[in-house]
Ligand binder design. Structure first.
Ligand SMILES: [Zn+2]
Length: 680
């Protein structure tokens, strides 16, 4: 690891806030070097680590007071801004060290009541540690290389060899008041220390300047990395070659099993990651042993659980055998998790509500590392953390023996109210964890539907044939997407398989793409009618067929929605090429509802009319309006309600049908009222 410090950038940071009343030079430099730490994933990940500076700022009386600016919760060091380092009055905060004990609740209160700005985020749970150490600048990370050296039975000897006497060790204690006091005592006993190494936790460095504190951090991590690299390069770990397995086939079966236990049903998204490092790890002969020892620091436990599930599958297994293997592994995992919670809670005499017993990381040799979350972000965070866990384990085993904390300490962290608070901030949404595929999603009804489902928490996979427009919508909604023409059946099938590989399965389909050719049947080109059938009928069939296969493998139902049309019930002159395949879509919908009701797959259609979208060219609309003696606006309002029907109205109908648990085989009309076109 090399120092990324740049005098030029540091000066630019100071100048950037030169005119600010609230940001002095100390704080500007603190922001600058915090970002250097935060942008290095081998040091900190996803809001991990924290930094501080002791300085003087004006309070609301205009008087300068001693403050500790320390990382606030909810901020990431990598892109931190001054408000992410709230100022806490230092004087009376440091005096708390005289107390015998301080509960977590009292500690949080003590930190909040000393804030200069009441609207600041909660200062880090490690604030008191920063406050009790005397140094001006303090940097703290959970560096992989340092964890690999301290997660060892021989940690004292190894750390003495790597760090000399500049980094005294602090035994493991959970973050909070007790750790803050202990760390301060160790630092006082070693006045020449450049930092502290916290066992099973990470590294602190400190100094009078931002630069020196940061560079001490880099030098310590660099020493650890070099020590590890030498040992890793000379060590041969027995590994087996693992045959590749078909993830698209396994994913929905695993997703369904993960999401179902008795009456409990959860929609998880699966995120698969396979790199040479991950695959080599999965090939370790001792995988069953090393993978089950636990996380390098208990900090990861709330997002990855203590251990991953190892799932061994064979290429020769049929679907039933895969299901049995998944079921056996998962049942064992859940039983073990519940037993651990029960035993640890009993030992401590605590009453806790057990968290769900499902794994967050599943290691499947031949597939890769699969992580589990109710949002794509949760699954990605678990993957990032476990990928680093793998690196720490490989390093630790090269150096000596990977050894983690006893279960009791892991339990304390997993069931610590201040840790759980990090998870519980977001209000759950109706479609959390659900994967919805929408075709024709780049504009009109498809786009409005995508926006509505995204707002309800759905994870989207969008399809459209206009790559640019699709890219724009997908980016805005953070959706996966693929540009294709739905009349290309093999491309459409491949897209569904892609969706399964990316998210683990499919919960709903809004098959919306269509086009509206015209012509009288007696003069019609066969080709035009075939083309219309390819888009307005076969594409609906193909996507439904693929989705049904996935939904059946998952085993928790699903919904399939078609955009039919008024033309399916009430044909217009010269509209045959459009109306006929649309009428067939209604038959398709009923047939699918009939065949799949027993497995909980609901199939419905929306019958919409006269929506201003790109489906009909403006000149055509004008012509039809004129034929009825109307202008275009009046044409769109010529219904019983005298109200123009919008794409958002149709999107609302799709959403209602997706939520209508007792409705299948039905048509939902959205046309402002038209008795002549009502289905009968
Ligand atoms: Zn920490």
């Amino acid at each position: 690891m090399e120092s990324k410090w740049s005098e030029e950038d540091a000066r630019a940071a100071v100048e950037r806030w030169a005119d600010s009343e609230r940001v002095n030079e100390d704080l500007a430099l603190r922001v600058y070097s915090s970002r250097l730490i935060g942008r290095e994933p081998t040091l900190v990940l996803h809001g991990g680590g924290n930094t501080s500076v002791k300085t003087r700022l004006k309070d609301d009386t205009g008087e300068e007071v001693d403050v500790l600016c320390v990382k606030g919760s909810g901020w990431d060091l990598g892109d931190i801004e001054p408000p992410g380092l709230p100022a806490v009055r230092l004087g009376s905060l440091a005096q708390l060290r005289a107390r015998e004990a301080l509960s977590d609740e009292d500690m949080v209160n003590a930190q909040r009541t000393r804030l200069l700005d009441a609207s600041s985020p909660n200062p880090s749970v490690e604030t008191l540690l920063h406050a009790f150490l005397p140094a001006k600048f303090i940097d703290h990370s959970h560096a992989d290389a340092v964890l690999a050296l301290v997660d060892q039975p021989e940690r004292e000897a190894i750390c003495a060899e790597v760090f000399g006497d500049r980094f005294p060790l602090v035994p493991y204690v959970m973050p909070g008041f007790a750790l803050a006091k202990l760390a301060a005592e160790v630092a006082e006993a070693h006045p020449d220390a450049e930092g502290l190494v916290l066992l099973k936790h990470g590294l602190f460095t400190f100094a009078d300047t931002a630069k020196e504190s940061y560079e001490r951090h880099v030098r310590a991590v660099d020493a650890a990395e070099r020590y590890i690299a030498t040992r890793r390069s000379t060590l041969g770990v027995p590994r087996r070659a693992v045959p590749t397995l078909d993830w698209a086939r396994i994913a929905p079966r695993l997703r369904g099993a993960l999401g179902t236990e008795g009456d409990r049903q959860v929609h998880y998204l699966l995120h698969r990651r396979s790199t040479p490092v991950i695959d080599a790890y999965l090939g370790r002969e001792d995988l069953d042993d090393v993978s089950q020892r636990g996380t390098p620091t208990p900090d990861h436990v709330i997002r990855t659980k203590r251990v991953p599930l190892v799932l061994e599958l064979e290429p020769s297994m049929d679907d039933a055998a895969i299901d049995r293997a998944i079921d056996a592994a998962l049942t064992r995992y859940r039983k073990d998790y519940r037993a651990y919670v029960k035993a640890e809670a009993a030992k401590k005499g605590r009453e806790v509500v057990a968290l769900d017993p499902d794994p967050r990381v599943v290691l499947i040799p031949g597939v890769g590392m699969v992580t589990v979350g109710t949002t794509p972000k949760a699954a990605r965070v678990a993957a990032d953390l476990h990928e680093h866990c793998i690196d720490v384990i490989e390093s630790a085993e090269a150096v000596g023996t990977y050894e983690v904390l006893p279960l009791g300490d892991v339990f304390d962290m997993e069931y610590w109210s201040l840790e759980q608070a990090k998870l519980g901030k977001k209000q759950p949404k109706r479609f959390d964890g659900q994967v919805v595929v929408i075709t024709g999603a780049a504009s009109g009804i498809g786009e409005a539907t995508a926006r509505l489902f995204a707002a309800e928490g759905a994870t989207l996979f969008l399809i459209d044939r206009e790559p640019k427009a699709l890219e724009k919508v997908a980016q805005e909604l953070a959706a996966a997407h693929v540009a294709l023409d739905v009349s290309d059946a093999s491309a459409l099938r491949a897209a569904l398989a892609q969706c399964v590989k990316v998210f683990g399965g499919v919960d709903g389909v809004v098959s919306n793409a269509g086009f509206a050719p015209q012509g009288a049947l007696h003069t019609l080109d066969d080709e035009l009618l075939q083309q219309s059938f390819a888009v307005n009928f076969f594409a609906h069939h193909v996507i439904a067929q693929e989705a049904v296969k996935v939904m059946r493998a998952q085993g928790f139902g699903g919904f399939i929605l078609f955009n039919a049309s008024k033309a399916a019930f009430n044909p217009g002159k010269d509209f045959g090429p459009y109306a006929i395949p649309k009428a067939a879509v209604i038959a398709l919908m009923k047939q699918l509802a009939l065949e799949n009701g027993e497995v909980g797959i609901r199939v419905n259609a929306v019958n919409a009319d006269r929506i201003r979208t790109g489906l009909l060219p403006p000149a055509f609309v004008e012509e039809r309006a004129k034929a009825r003696g109307l202008d275009a606006d009046a044409y769109f309002r010529s219904n019983l309600l005298k109200r123009e029907v919008t794409a958002e109205d149709v999107a609302g109908a799709f959403l209602s049908l997706a939520l209508a648990k007792s409705t299948t085989g039905s048509v939902f009309t959205v046309d402002g009222g038209n008795i002549a076109a009502s289905p009968r």
